[in-house]
Design a protein around this ligand. Structure first.
Ligand code: GRF
Length: 201
């Protein structure tokens, strides 16, 4: 299974994926990392592991779709089977989603459908929930609405700040994303309507 990671920032999920690949916990190869941010630490992480890394400057394109077409071109060249969004801060255009329908995964720092969009951690903290978590889902054209693959919970403490809560969620994310990707690699995920069925028997 050939994978691509799209990341805009720190890239701790990318790191977890690289570590899992190196340990043999995911059967596949990470062919390329793409970022829309020049100084994304994710690009450096890729470089440290000799993984091809590309920064594509959105300013060089007329709009979202033109930018996405450039990314699609790179991914097609590499014959990518699975596109993994890991802290990618751009909305994908319909042309991208349709090109890789059922083969794009995202991770979100809340228990969807609660707290979609930006600041999922902050939203949970402000709402006062006692439990939150993270969700790995397939992408559809909505905002954080695609079929849920896996979820995990973490407790929220009264002493939490956005930082402490996000750190707890991050640890859960790293384990969850690795598992979801391995399930995909093993051909155990099937999308039926808005549900993702896991054939793990
Ligand atoms: C994660 O919390 C993920 O849920 C959200 O963006 C964050 C990315 O973190 N989509 P990192 O760059 O992987 O450390």
């Amino acid at each position: 299974m050939k994978m691509a990671v799209l990341a805009s920032g720190y890239g701790s999920n990318l790191q977890a994926i690289i570590d899992a690949l190196e340990k043999g916990d995911i059967n596949g190869s990470l062919e390329i990392v793409v970022s829309d941010k020049k100084d994304a630490y994710a690009l450096e992480r890729a470089g440290n592991h000799n993984i091809e890394a590309h920064y594509i400057n959105p300013k060089n394109f007329s709009g979202r779709e033109a930018f996405d077409l450039a990314v699609i071109g790179l991914l097609q060249e590499k014959k990518i089977d699975l596109v993994i969004l890991a802290g990618y801060m751009r909305l994908l255009s319909p042309v991208f989603v349709n090109q890789f329908m059922g083969r794009i995964m995202n991770i979100h720092p809340s228990l969807l459908p609660s707290f979609p969009g930006l600041n999922g951690v902050e939203q949970a903290l402000e709402y006062g929930v006692k439990v939150t978590g993270c969700t790995v889902h397939f992408l559809d054209e909505g905002l954080d609405t695609g079929p849920v693959i896996l979820q995990d919970t973490v407790p929220v403490y009264e002493s939490d700040t956005v930082e402490t809560l996000h750190e707890r969620i991050h640890s859960a994310e790293h384990r969850l994303y690795t598992r979801a990707i391995q399930l995909f690699a093993q051909g155990k995920l099937r999308i039926e309507g808005r549900k993702c069925i896991i054939n793990d028997g």
